[in-house]
Design a protein around this ligand. Structure first.
Ligand code: FES
Ligand code: FES
Length: 161
């Protein structure tokens, strides 16, 4: 076994530290070391988006980021999306529009959508479809997911008024 590195980071707003091997991906660390299993392993090569998390506010495929790269970073995962038991507007909208798909792809869709609305609070349909092109699901027509993101965007805009 190669030498393990001590990494200090912030995950969902809480300081965290862990030991990881240099070869371990952030996805492996989250799931296997920290037991945060919301991010899923689909392709493990940057194509499906099931492992989506935010690193310092930037959407990444955590299977393509090394655990050691988390040093000093702010990591946001699906586990931190609901706050104090209150669902995020996107989670509510996915439920209301039946945008939920399976447990493998849905966390990634939600994290990607969250990143989109933080960057662009009022995206049009084309922008949503383009943004979510990195989240693959062969089981959906995507329409309900698009409607859910639009609904959440409208509700979040209303909340800010
Ligand atoms: S598991 Fe990371 S992009 Fe598919
Ligand atoms: S991959 Fe999750 S429902 Fe299609």
């Amino acid at each position: 076994m190669s030498k393990r590195h001590h990494v200090t980071t912030t995950i969902n707003g809480e300081e965290s530290d862990f030991l990881c091997e240099p070869r371990q991906s952030l996805l492996e660390v989250l799931r296997d070391v920290l037991k945060l299993t919301g991010a899923k392993e689909g392709c493990n090569d940057g194509n499906c988006g099931a492992c989506s998390v935010l690193v310092d506010g930037v959407l990444v495929d955590s299977c393509c980021v090394l655990g050691v790269e988390a040093e000093g970073k702010q990591i946001d995962t699906i586990e931190g999306m609901a706050v104090n038991g209150e669902l995020h507007p996107l989670q509510k909208a996915f439920l209301e529009e039946t945008g939920m798909q399976c447990g493998i792809c849905t966390p990634g869709f939600l994290m990607s959508s969250k990143a989109l609305l933080e960057k662009n609070p009022q995206p049009d349909e084309a922008e949503i479809r383009h943004w979510l092109a990195g989240n693959l699901c062969r089981c959906t027509g995507y329409d309900k997911i698009i409607r859910a993101v639009q609904r959440a965007a409208n509700e979040m805009a209303g909340e800010k008024v």
